[in-house]
Design a protein around this ligand. Sequence first.
Ligand code: ATP
Ligand code: MG
Length: 159
Amino acid sequence: APQDVVEIVDTALRRAEAVLAEHRVAVDLAPDLPVLRLDPVLFEQVLFNLLDNAGKYAPAGSTVTLSARREGGRVRLDILDEGDGLPESEVERVFDKFHRVRKSDRVRAGTGLGLAIARGFVEAMGGTVTAANRRDRRGAVFTVMLPVPARTAPKDIAA
Ligand code: ATP
Ligand code: MG
């Protein structure tokens, strides 16, 4: 079924309200987002898991930003936070099952499965999800790239 990105983002944000209750949330959605043909349950769970982490690992009062735009024939979603970010050696390992970065993370609720599940779901939708550190300031950024169905993609896609 076609899925409005704006609708899915709204649903995920509503679900994440409790975990983001003490954060500022900034949402930046491009006006030309296409309709995606993706499983809305998977898509929403991916966004939720990333928002849940931003809420858990970035301090109260900091800003969590969710942006979405078209990029090179795909839709790119970024979830940015202002927490400690990730050691460079961890940006790939965080997607491993049960892997947690800091000893102190063990006192926080969680099993270390959220990102493994998110990656499995994104790949099932034909996309990718990657982690990095922000360049402009402290914090992590998780980037989800999802395919736009050929029928609704513009013919002259810029790379
Ligand atoms: P679960 O998601 O199963 O409740 P979890 O949050 O520990 O538990 P993941 O979501 O898979 O598991 O994340 C794995 C680890 O990656 C976390 O334990 C944490 O160490 C690190 N991590 C994830 N997101 C962030 C983030 N936004 N900032 C800093 N570290 C993060
Ligand atoms: Mg998690």
